[in-house]
Design a protein around this ligand. Sequence first.
Ligand code: CA
Length: 223
Amino acid sequence: MRILVIEDEAAIADFVQRGLQAEGHAVRCAADGIVGERAALDDEVDLVVLDVMLPGQDGFSVLRAIRQAKPALPVIMLSARAGVEDRVAGLDHGATDYVTKPFSFDELAARVRAHLRTPLQRDATTLEAAGIRLNLLSRKIVRDGVEVHLSAKEFDLLAYFLRHPDQALSRQQILGAVWNYDFDPGTNVVEVYIRYLRRKLALPDRPAPIETIRSVGYRLNTS
Ligand code: CA
């Protein structure tokens, strides 16, 4: 498999590259965010190992560009920052997995193996949960056989719920992931869009499966 490692610390890049090569992969390294993004978008790559702190542009920006162009490409993020918030931010932005530095090669290799063989990753252009299927490329959405038409923001909001089924998502998490706000703008934009989304997803005999969790946020229920 072809693996791209985007990491500016030469010692770590070298250690990861040698380890993955020993496992039989073809490995390329990029030492900054700009070169790395170009390689991820232009080259044939099966998996990306992406550091968060990079010169040029940071790993989250690279991840965003990859997700737009190649929604199915597995991306494992590396970070020295062990904070839960970073981990959540990485996963919210569409990282497939997250490894905190310092890590052992075995830990990374196990995740690489898991994500290269997950059949789901092969078809990760489709998100599916709670009877709703959303295609990230065609942007077609179907709920229990009925096609649903959404605006661009409603689509992003639904995709975010489908990536996190059965998880309580706070208003702040939703604002960050869907509207790119890292602060609370003090509007009720989330509530308004949840209302739009529920109305459009509702079927005559079934309401939308998005539940309000008091003083927390919202959850997409799959059962
Ligand atoms: Ca770094």
